[in-house]
Design a protein around this ligand. Structure first.
Ligand code: ADP
Length: 380
């Protein structure tokens, strides 16, 4: 029997699961339990049971899967924890302490961890942190220009997120090109509901767009990305909005949804076609910010060997890719329109043969990357 890893990504209202065979890269089963806390699924314990039931319905019984570990995606590892780590009570307590830094993300991850440890007590459970890849960002990129004592006291730095994806995709890009990772200057654009960019030299990140929290940087499905901190102060002082109202607005009612009333880019495009000016503005703001980051990272890197698009929007939306890179031929970036429009689902080149910078689309696979991290760890 091939060995496999159960990968869990536990959010506040959803539990994503997958069983992956890291050696064959085969995804045995995957799915999602949604609307946790809204009636049918009362809490994370019930959500996990439902995930097991769904797996059984698709013919996959846990005891016959050859599971060697359970991998948990944890968003925030704080300043000190970043390597994939075996979960014990002490680690649970540490992740709990970090909830102050990631109040929206770490508490639900912990609920998932606790329930899974109860349900599968004989397997090693491993935490894989979304911040890991960016732990060693150069200080100039990791540091906010604020009072250094305040920053130190409150562990305020730029941590970066989506690290598992940025690392995996940058490695896949090198493999696709048949070039050593060490030789490449890369920009990776992870454009899903959450969105982030990274600049990577020789396999190590030199900058990334997310910061203390996953709110900084690009315009996202429901998050604002970069914003003048003065807006927050103004909302608090003058508009009388409380901290939680402000946080909710910036996280859930901003971004493409907040501007255009829609999170799904397929529908956003339809609305633009039908003359919806709010949808058009949402798209324009999204593209404008994306181009600014690409330009900033071009300047940081000096020259770029490969730009890679990944995640739901990046992998599927040819218009976003075209508009993000249009007019950049003088900077050595030129798409091939036919390749860009191809609906293929595998890793592929979309730049013109003559383009000095190669542009790729590479499907991300965070579950596989987490499963691999788990088997590396439990084999040691
Ligand atoms: P998450 O960040 O939640 O993991 P994904 O990476 O799966 O999200 O991205 C989901 C988003 O991808 C959707 O909200 C939608 O906007 C976009 N998307 C998915 N499929 C397509 C498509 N065929 N064309 C354009 N956008 C798409």
């Amino acid at each position: 029997m091939a060995r496999s890893v159960l990968v869990l990504n536990s959010g506040s209202s959803s539990l994503k699961y997958a069983v992956v065979e890291p050696d064959s890269e085969n995804m045995v089963v995957d799915g999602i339990v949604e609307r946790i806390g809204e009636g049918q699924v009362r809490d994370h314990a019930e959500a996990l049971q439902k995930a097991f039931d769904q797996m059984a319905e698709s013919g996959q019984r846990l005891d016959t899967l050859g599971l060697v570990a359970v991998g948990h995606r944890v968003v925030h590892g704080g300043p000190d924890i970043y390597r994939p780590t075996l979960i014990d009570d002490a680690l649970v307590a540490e992740i709990d302490e970090l909830s102050a830094l990631a109040p929206l993300h770490n508490p639900p991850a912990l609920l998932g961890i606790e329930e899974a440890r109860k349900a599968l007590p004989d397997l090693p459970h491993v935490a894989v942190f979304d911040t890991a890849f960016f732990h060693d960002l150069p200080p100039a990129a990791a540091t906010y220009a604020i009072d250094r004592d305040v920053a130190a006291q409150w562990q305020i730095r730029r941590y970066g997120f989506h690290g598992t994806s940025h690392q995996y995709v940058s490695e896949q890009a090198a493999a696709y090109l048949g070039k050593p990772l060490e030789s490449l200057r890369q920009i990776v654009l992870h454009l899903g509901n959450g969105a982030s960019a990274s600049a990577i030299v020789g396999g190590r990140p030199v900058d990334t767009s997310m910061g203390l929290t996953p709110m900084e940087g690009l315009v996202m499905g429901t998050r604002s990305g970069d914003i003048d901190p003065g807006v927050l102060v103004y909302l608090w002082r003058t508009a009388n909005m409380g901290v939680e109202d402000i946080e909710k607005m910036l996280n859930r009612r901003s971004g493409v949804l907040g501007l255009g009333g829609e999170i799904d880019f397929r529908i956003l495009h339809q609305r633009i076609e039908s003359g919806d000016t709010a949808a058009q503005l949402a798209y324009d703001v999204y593209i404008h910010r994306l181009r600014k980051y690409i330009g900033a990272y071009l300047a940081l890197l000096g020259s770029v060997d490969v730009i890679t698009f990944t995640a739901g929007v990046g992998e599927n939306d040819a218009a976003v890719r075209r508009d993000a890179l249009s007019g950049l031929a003088p900077l050595g970036i030129e798409l091939d329109e036919r390749l860009n429009a191809s609906p293929e689902k595998t890793a592929r080149r979309i730049s013109a043969d003559s383009s000095p910078t190669t542009v790729l689309v590479v499907p991300t696979d965070e579950e596989l990357a987490i499963a691999r991290a788990c088997t590396h760890l439990v084999e040691q």
